[in-house]
Design a protein around this ligand. Structure first.
Ligand code: ZN
Length: 426
């Protein structure tokens, strides 16, 4: 039975290419959230044509949602001949900014030597297209299947997923779902079990403004922030580097705790490039940094936040006039699906059957929409699996390989056979 499905996937090669190109040609840039309605309408047409029932869902009131940039999502569902479990493929339809350094146009999607180039090619319109081809081929080759297949394309994953999967999860959408596969570009032979946690915060040091010629009459907030950064360098960074996780995070460097200083600002605002005046001379009374702390399953939110606060409170006692505020911007807990969860063992077997080798297990250094399915949707049977090279995501000349999309579509279809195929069909 899977042989007939695989033959249909091979025969759909041109369709797969055209579908991927069409999706890339709709420039769903986030920010600001461009053309979300257009891509959902395109998918609505495609999936209704394939026998799916569709729902267009606007995440009204979520961050960035406006009449100009509405946060549109689509969920398509097709029921089998009998009742049974629901397998849900979730892809985000938004893409990040183009940036510099492209040698191909990012939104015409040329096919060159078996690769389709463009912004979103691997992250993750190639994965979305592969999941659609896989579902269509399975349904056509296996008329007696049971349960339901769902395909969703959701907004704003690149900015936290609050207008996408988080919104669907809050509406209870994952209550009836049993298995979730997110076709992010993790390589066709790898299963991604989850991701590290993230904690984002803004720290401000306080000072007192004075004339720059008499800094002793004021209090320099930038020097206070220098003391904060010195504490981080001397204590926090070495401590984080020593911590190692059992999570199979790739790349290797992300198996430790990490922190990025996203931004720093103190003193007078920077002027526009065409400003020709000279600066006034002041002691800065405020300095701010943004930190991006990524943490491991073995750490807790309280310890991650607490160790930063402890360093800052230590400066309060050791450094005259030191004062600070700390404002949390966002927090995401780590998510890890068990290796013996049904969706994991199913896709494991599918990769063995299709590719002839056992998969590698990985976890992602950054978060993706699994966090919302886990925490809000209360479903711990979720993985990321899809075609494409993770390291190409967000880069210039991003591409996805057609052969990789075909192979991973076969893996997804094989998983559908295992989960929804008629009993003893093979
Ligand atoms: Zn992505």
């Amino acid at each position: 039975m899977t042989a007939a499905t695989f033959a249909r996937i091979d025969a759909a090669r041109d369709d797969l290419i055209a579908l991927t190109q069409d999706l890339i040609r709709i420039p769903t840039l986030n920010p600001p959230g461009h053309a979300y309605l257009e891509i959902c309408e395109y998918l609505d047409h495609r999936l209704r044509g394939a026998g799916f029932e569709t729902r267009m869902i606007r995440a009204t009131g979520t961050p960035g949602d406006s009449d100009r940039y509405p946060r549109w999502n689509i969920v398509a569902r097709r029921e089998g001949a009998r009742g049974g479990p629901c397998v849900h493929f979730n892809s985000h339809h938004d893409v990040v900014a183009v940036g510099e350094g492209w040698t191909h146009d990012p939104f015409t999607a040329p096919l060159i030597d078996g690769r389709i180039y463009g912004r979103g090619a691997c992250d993750m319109k190639g994965g979305l297209a592969a999941s659609i081809i896989a579902a269509e081929a399975f349904i056509a080759a296996c008329p007696d299947w049971q349960g339901a297949v769902e395909i969703s394309a959701t907004a704003d994953e690149e900015s936290g997923g609050y207008g996408g999967v988080a919104y669907l999860a809050e509406q209870g959408h994952y209550a009836h779902v049993d298995h979730v596969i997110i076709p992010e570009p993790l390589h066709k032979d790898r299963i991604c079990l989850g991701h590290r946690g993230g904690w984002w915060a803004e720290i401000e040091t306080k000072g007192e403004i004075a004339h720059g010629s008499m800094p002793f009459l004021g209090d320099c907030a930038v020097r206070h922030m220098g003391a904060v950064l010195a504490e981080f360098e001397d204590k926090l960074f070495p401590a984080m580097a020593r911590r190692r996780t059992d999570m199979p995070v790739v790349p290797e460097g992300a198996r430790s705790s990490t922190m990025n200083i996203n931004a720093i600002h103190g003193g007078q605002p920077e002027q526009d490039a065409d400003f020709t005046g000279l600066p006034a001379h002041n002691v800065p009374d405020r300095c701010r940094i943004q930190i991006d702390r990524r943490y491991l399953a073995e750490e807790s939110y309280d310890s991650v936040r607490g160790e930063v606060e402890a360093l800052l409170d230590g400066l309060k006692t050791s450094r005259p006039k030191f004062d600070y505020t700390l404002d949390e911007i966002n927090h995401v807990a780590p998510s890890m699906t068990d290796r013996d969860a049904p969706v994991v063992t199913t896709v494991h077997k599918a990769i063995e059957e299709v590719l002839g080798r056992a998969p590698d297990y990985v976890a992602s250094p950054g978060t993706y929409d699994q966090k919302h399915i886990d925490r809000i949707g209360k479903l711990q049977n979720c993985i990321a699996y899809g075609p494409g090279v993770l390291e190409l995501a967000h880069k210039p000349d991003e591409w996805v390989g057609v052969d990789d999309m075909i192979d991973s579509a076969k893996v997804m279809a094989h998983a559908l056979h295992q989960l929804l195929g008629p009993p003893a069909s093979d």
